[in-house]
Ligand binder design. Structure first.
Ligand SMILES: [Zn+2]
Length: 500
């Protein structure tokens, strides 16, 4: 019987992992139950939600409700769904009243979404205690006292809303924070089978499918994809891997001779690697990841999945493609070195990598030649152009806003610098907010606000719901827009916005 089950789970490995892609019904059921719970949480006024609340959790909310002795099948199902939701959910901080600092998931940039600092003897337990009641912002000093520097940085990156809304739970595994059955199924499936996967495959992450999808979508030459595939699977002929297979070689790195040459060393720890990532301006991000006690494959996987943002050095490129090309380049350098073919001088490496990625992008993208230029606002409106910059290296960012009248005559401009910035998307949202505040402070009541971020425009227009980590900022944008009076949100292409 055990054998039968073993075979079945293997068939359920998704196709992109080399399995048959059958659905594991147990996991799928749980994902569907989680969807029911998501509906109850997002529509607390629905008839169904009200009936359940009256019966099972009259004085708390659904997320705090637990199993009850002898309860109905319906309730047991809901509890099972809740478990899935809370394992993949993340709290967005509004007032901070509901969220337990030490137990709840609320830190977007932490791998398990929780704080890593041990609690110790501190009496502070709710997130609201970390917020300065006067300014409505994080209490910097207190946070630095309680948490280690990593947590401190991660917390200070979380945007807060000036006029607080209620804390709410969002779904961590989609970009926009809205629950999807597909991602819940993936989480559930890998949760159930992770153990087996670890034995059968070298890469053992929570979201198996994500990395393979990501890998084959990368806009890089085929040879780089294939190298990354081998690196992720741990099948690159490195010295220490050969040594483990009883092939008579010394295991040490042939380049720097500073330790065993495994995947982590080659890609992230070798002197070569350090120089290369420094040259590309990515060392801060990569170095932090590389210091964790994980295999090189796992580190590469997390970088390819998480570093989905413009390269600070060259924003027209995406970090993940540059990381993939950089890894391949390191392997190439290492082979040049061992074959005594000579390596190009260090200062050329970053440019070579950027050229590889850039040329490939150029060859695959049909260049859209369109005339993009600044357009006048509607009569009686002033035009607001906003833009943001974000540096992943040091987690800092800046916003800029320019106001012009209907003839295009400059009225005012404002820049603001932020020491703690979560991500590019949050910065774009902050740019919109700062721009609106500028327009509001000058007393304009008809504003056409233009951003080059389609997401920001969609959120502000109310086309998408904001469940993502910038939710607090979007709520503030709407508040300020309401007090301005009439605001039209429009999207423009990046080049147009160069003036902002
Ligand atoms: Zn080395």
């Amino acid at each position: 019987k055990k054998l039968h089950w073993f075979a079945w789970w293997k068939l359920c490995i998704p196709k992109c992992d080399g399995g048959m892609g059958f659905r594991d019904l147990y996991s799928f059921n749980l994902a569907l139950l989680a969807k029911q719970c998501w509906r109850l949480i997002t529509n607390p006024e629905s008839v169904c939600a009200r009936i359940l609340k009256a019966k099972y959790y009259p004085s708390t909310d659904l997320l705090q409700a637990g199993p009850k002795r002898g309860s109905s099948f319906t309730w047991q199902s809901i509890v099972a769904g809740l478990r899935v939701l809370s394992s993949g959910g993340i709290w967005r901080i509004g007032s901070g009243e509901k969220v337990n600092i030490w137990e709840d998931p609320w830190i977007p940039s932490s791998p398990d979404r929780k704080v890593i600092t041990p609690r110790g003897h501190t009496v502070i337990s709710k997130v609201i205690d970390l917020i300065d009641p006067v300014t409505g912002q994080w209490d910097d000093e207190l946070i630095r006292d309680i948490f280690n520097p990593v947590d401190t940085m991660r917390i200070l990156q979380i945007p807060l809303n000036f006029q607080a809304f209620d804390d709410f739970i969002a779904w961590h595994h989609t970009r926009n924070g809205i629950f999807s059955v597909r991602t819940a199924y993936q989480v559930q499936w890998s949760h159930k089978f992770r153990g087996q996967l670890g034995e059968n495959m070298t890469s053992s992450s929570t979201l198996q499918t994500a990395i393979w999808n990501q890998l084959w979508k990368l806009q890089v030459p085929r040879k780089i994809q294939i190298f990354c595939w081998r690196a992720l699977r741990g099948i690159v002929p490195l010295k220490s891997i050969l040594a483990n297979k009883h092939i008579p070689v010394s295991g040490e790195c042939p380049v720097c001779r500073k330790g065993p040459e495994d995947m982590r060393h080659l890609l992230f720890q070798c002197d070569l690697a350090k120089c290369l990532w420094q040259g590309l301006g990515l060392w801060d991000r990569i170095g932090t990841a590389a210091r964790m006690d994980l295999s090189g494959s796992v580190i590469l996987e997390s970088l390819l999945l998480d570093l989905d943002e413009p390269l600070p050095l060259m924003p027209s490129m995406n970090c993940k493609e540059v990381v993939a090309a950089g890894c391949w380049y390191l392997w190439w350098l290492r082979r040049q070195h061992t074959h005594h073919d000579g390596c190009p001088p260090q200062f050329r490496w970053p440019n070579s990598i950027l050229a590889i990625v850039g040329n490939h992008l150029k060859s695959t993208q049909k260049r859209e030649v369109r005339e993009h230029k600044w357009t006048r606002p509607e009569p009686k409106f002033v035009k607001l152009n906003v833009d943001a910059s974000y540096h992943a290296d040091d987690g800092m960012g800046a916003t800029a806003a320019v106001l012009r009248d209907e003839k295009g005559v400059f009225i005012a401009a404002k820049c603001r610098f932020y020491h703690h910035a979560a991500d590019a998307m949050t910065m774009e949202a902050m740019a919109m907010r700062d721009g609106l505040i500028l327009a509001n402070s000058m007393g304009f009541n008809r504003v056409e606000a233009e951003s080059d971020s389609q997401n920001v425009v969609n959120y502000c227009q109310g086309q998408d719901q904001w469940w993502d980590s910038a939710a607090a900022i979007f709520a503030e944008c709407i508040d300020v827009a309401t007090s301005i009076g009439k605001v039209i949100f429009t999207h423009c292409f990046r080049e147009v916005n160069s003036i902002a």
